[in-house]
Design a protein around this ligand. Structure first.
Ligand code: NCD
Length: 300
């Protein structure tokens, strides 16, 4: 795998299997086993978040600490030269000049991450890029599923809701053909991709009967061109004890977070024993540790 990770198109099933195996190994480590300070003294990782984040930023930050990399974080425009009108590109050039070992970047669509990666000549990990993709989220989703269902090629993932605006969905569309799982969609017409290119269920019930994984996606109001009325959304597309009676007992319930409670799902869903929403978050740290380790080149 090349050290930079901007999308999943250029990944291979073998590279992903290696990342998952490394994440499993890291998950089995106890804090006392970690010998990283001997190897990584003084190395830094720049976490540059031009867009809001809780899980992804703190997950990468935790992963850095566990890997003995010092995270240097820019987590909002507030108090930075972005407030003075400095561009995202100039911000990245200047942070790169401080020679971190790796840069983790979240931005909107307007940044050309590919061009930046080729100019900056250092490993860049995409931590959410506008609507284009969120590769580490898709990888951690599959890492979480794999703990329950080892045969990924047999999985049928139902993406529910705002698929059109979801970079998580975009990354799953790239990852599914590599690992062999199926994806189908359901949600309001205006939330679906203009050309879905795959099975679309007309009702949530039909979709849930088909699925081995029900993955609800946040309604991304900030990316909608006009005001969206969410009043009737939950009734038709929301996960709750009633709608989830259509989902088989061995199936899984997921959400990348943050959750709009009462919209994508009702609070009871968190207690449903099929829900692995917080396992996505826990496993995500090991997965990102593995990606950081690969990015900076093995143990050293
Ligand atoms: C997602 C994101 O930011 O793309 N969340 C995440 O990283 N865990 C999904 C979202 O914002 O809805």
């Amino acid at each position: 795998m090349s050290a930079t990770l901007l999308d999943l198109k250029s990944m291979t099933a073998e590279a992903i299997a290696r990342i998952f195996a490394l994440a499993d190994h890291l998950a089995s480590e106890k804090p006392g086993d970690r010998d990283f300070f001997r190897f990584r003294r003084g190395l830094t990782a720049a976490l540059v978040f031009f867009e809001a984040s809780t899980r992804t930023r703190m997950s990468f930050e935790t992963a850095c600490h566990r890997e003995g990399l010092h995270p240097i974080v820019l987590d909002s425009a507030l108090g930075t030269s972005l407030e003075k009108g400095e561009s995202a590109e100039d911000t990245l050039f200047n942070i790169a000049a401080m020679r971190p070992s790796v840069m983790v970047v979240r931005s909107n669509d307007s940044l050309n991450m590919e061009a930046m990666a080729s100019v900056l000549k250092m490993p860049i990990l995409n931590a959410g890029w506008g609507r284009k993709g969120h590769p580490t989220q898709a990888l951690l989703d599959i890492y979480a599923i794999r703990k329950h269902h080892a045969n990924l090629a047999k999985q049928r993932i139902l993406l529910i809701g705002d698929i059109r605006h979801s970079r998580v969905a975009a990354s799953h569309f790239e990852l599914a053909p590599l690992l062999g799982y199926e994806i189908a969609l359901c949600g309001p017409e205006s939330f679906l991709p203009e050309t879905p290119g795959r099975q679309v269920f007309k009702t949530l019930e039909e979709g849930l009967k088909w699925a081995t994984v029900a993955m609800a996606l946040r309604v991304q109001l900030e990316r909608h061109p006009s005001q969206t009325n969410l009043q009737s959304y939950h009734q038709e597309w929301g996960l709750n004890p009633q709608s989830l009676s259509a989902l088989e007992a061995s199936a899984l319930i997921m959400h990348p977070g943050p959750i709009n409670w009462g919209v994508e799902m009702s609070p009871e869903v968190m207690k449903d024993r099929r829900s692995i929403i917080l396992d996505q978050v826990s496993g995500g740290v090991f997965l990102r540790q593995a990606l950081l380790r690969e990015a900076i080149g093995g143990i050293g």
